[in-house]
Design a binder for this molecule. Structure first.
Ligand code: URA
Length: 264
């Protein structure tokens, strides 16, 4: 694998993962239409000033319950539509919080609605806000590459969504009341997709799904449960792009996830 000089560590980490995968007996790699050059180009985008590591600062402990049991916003009782399409169309016209005023599009999900794995991220960024699809920027393409290393793809086996369905202006951190207002959509998605396993990427997703307000480093490395579904938490791909040394830990988390999924 060639490397792009200024981002050599990221490309080298990706190359190392691919070698490990080959050594572990993997003979196939699905890159979701990503060419080798596109995969390597991830490295050049890796340090764009827009990308903000979501595995970084932790919100203060708000004593919040997991998304599954969180109290709805007091002013607005929530009744979830029973169907997936109903939930999606309600989300697409949502005005439950201030983000409705600044978003371009609601970013509901991507991937198969009968997926075996649901990946939950933080919130849409600029690319996602423009396209209406989650994880389509540099971090998303890196996520696709890493998932491909364990034969998972959003075309076939993965459903991807975020804690927040609308972009916070300037990619700021989600605010507690925004997470609260949006949580019925995430709860509904997880209920309706009913995957075999969950992967939370980044602090916000990890805390929302575990209900534990601890730093990511203290949550990863074990299998949690969300409504009886095994849940693995790991670093956000944007954080990996900035901290290539964390890729090894991400890889370990992916192996844990793979083991959990193979058992079910
Ligand atoms: N980061 C996220 O957490 N989600 C996206 O959809 C894109 C970037």
């Amino acid at each position: 694998v060639q490397t792009v000089r200024e981002d050599r560590p990221v490309a080298e980490e990706a190359a190392r993962l691919l070698r490990q995968r080959a050594e572990a007996g993997g003979s196939k790699l699905f890159l979701e239409g990503m060419t080798r050059d596109e995969a390597l180009a991830l490295a050049t985008e890796a340090r764009s000033p827009q990308s903000r590591p979501a595995g970084g600062p932790t919100r203060p402990d708000r004593g919040r319950a997991p998304a599954s049991t969180a109290e709805p916003a007091a002013t607005e009782p929530v009744e979830l539509p029973a169907s997936y399409e109903g939930l999606r169309s309600e989300a697409l016209s949502c005005t439950r919080c201030r983000l409705a005023e600044t978003r371009t599009q609601v970013v509901f999900s991507d991937g198969a609605a009968d997926a075996r794995l649901v990946v939950v991220g933080e919130a849409p960024g600029a690319n996602e806000d423009a396209t209406g699809l989650p994880f389509v920027g540099a971090a998303g393409r890196y996520l696709d590459l890493l998932l491909a290393c364990v034969d998972l793809s959003r075309k076939e086996s993965v459903y991807i969504c975020n804690v927040l369905k609308c972009r916070p202006p300037g990619n700021r951190n989600p605010l507690p009341d925004e997470i609260e207002a949006c949580s019925p959509f995430l709860t509904g998605q997880l209920e309706l997709v009913a995957p075999k396993a969950l992967l939370a990427v980044g602090t916000f997703a990890a805390q929302a799904l575990t209900g534990i307000q601890r730093p990511l480093g203290k949550l990863r490395g074990e299998v949690h449960a969300y409504q009886g579904i095994p849940l693995v938490v790991t670093y956000h791909p944007a954080a990996l792009l900035r901290n290539p040394g964390w890729v090894r830990s991400f890889w370990d988390d992916l192996q844990l996830l793979r083991t959990v999924m193979d058992e079910r």
